[in-house]
Design a protein around this ligand. Sequence first.
Ligand code: HEM
Length: 229
Amino acid sequence: MTWLCDFWRSSIGGKVTMAVTGLLLFGFVVAHLLGNLKLLAGPDSINAYAKMLHDLGPLLWVARIGLLVIFVLHVVTAIRLSSANKAARPVRYSKEATMQATLASRSMVLSGLTVLVFLIYHLLHFTLGVTNPEHFQKKAAGAQGFDVYAMVTASFANPAIALTYVAAQVVLFFHLSHGMQSLAHTLGLHHARYTPMIKKLSFLLALLIAGGNAFLALSVLTGIVKGAA
Ligand code: HEM
């Protein structure tokens, strides 16, 4: 166990932790978006999906706890690496490249913390029903207690909520786009020939994910996806 802690504390161990946890979180946002897209297919589709997830019972809790551990590791390691970087920084930058790298990693910490704030709000909103109990109650009142469609459409019909989600997706886009480039770099994929391709791919994937989420919020707000009957 101590060798694992020593590895995590090392600079390369920290970077590998960021890459592996980042990849797993990326897998989660892709899966979550694919599930949420069922909103476009109507209430039966997304509500059956929500029921299927809840019917997993203890397995769902294993997945939730796993996700939480991965998330905490990602955040704690990011903060540790960023303060180690700051401590090691010379008083003056000798090269512009160093300055750019520091700016990029600083903006990653900032965008990451903003996504964390969004996530706390999102869980209070849809999972715990604290911020808008009137929307959360719609979920329990509907089909077999899993009317996620009614809850989500009632929420995004409110412009302040829909636009908050869209703003969070802009930040998520920057975080994912840069995060995937760092991930590729850590995995050793940095070569004059591949780097431009990796940049484009990271941009495109981040755009698809953040854009997909924003599209869902805006589809409800603009009436493309209608509220529950
Ligand atoms: C338009 C965008 C989104 C929609 C419509 C949406 C919808 C939902 C809903 C309805 C739930 C509650 C499911 C239930 O308890 O039945 C949920 C949970 C959750 N969402 Fe989202 N979500 C969106 C974006 C995101 C994003 C961008 C992230 C991550 C950055 C995220 C992370 C989570 C997490 C971690 C949970 C808790 C999962 C659990 O404990 O079961 N969501 N989301």
